[in-house]
Design a protein around this ligand. Sequence first.
Ligand code: 5GP
Length: 187
Amino acid sequence: MKNKLIVISGASGVGKGTVLGIMMQQRPDLSFSVSATTRPPRPGETEGVHYYFVTKERFREMIDQGAFLEYDAHAANYYGTPREQAVEKLARGPVLLDIEPNGAKQVRRSMPDAVLIFIMPPSLEELERRLRGRGDTPEDQIQMRMERALWEMEQRFWYDHVVVNDDAERCAREILTIIADSAEESN
Ligand code: 5GP
């Protein structure tokens, strides 16, 4: 059986991190593709666990070397999926990619059997509440993030599946079912 890349997208504040954490607890064969980024670490983020934090120069070097399966620049920073790491992890089980729609489109082109899943908030009001509630986003950025969120949500129509994060446990279960079904289909 060939393991698949599972692309998970959803606006900032939709709760992707929580959902992914629950999924990986329940299916230890799933692994997480750790992206490289040029943005600085947030409190509580660990090098090599949440991201590889690199300089813009290093990121550009990696682009030139063809080291990325996909990459994108947004919010004044680069984000990319290191190709080699993803391929290595695929040998052991399905690999989860937490990436935004521009990157998801590149994955669709280069890995056509990847499964693309978009997570929606229960409502826009709830998303805005969660963005504020997190307390780490300055007010002037909330508006920018909401605009970006609206654009991302418009992209959901070309994803394979759209799920709603009304409850993180339930949402995680729904995605695990999608992953199990997609493995069956490819058998
Ligand atoms: P944050 O800065 O909040 O961790 O992430 C911002 C956005 O970047 C999220 O939507 C996340 O999915 C996206 N992102 C994280 N890593 C990657 C990546 O490797 N490639 C792409 N295209 N987007 C990413």
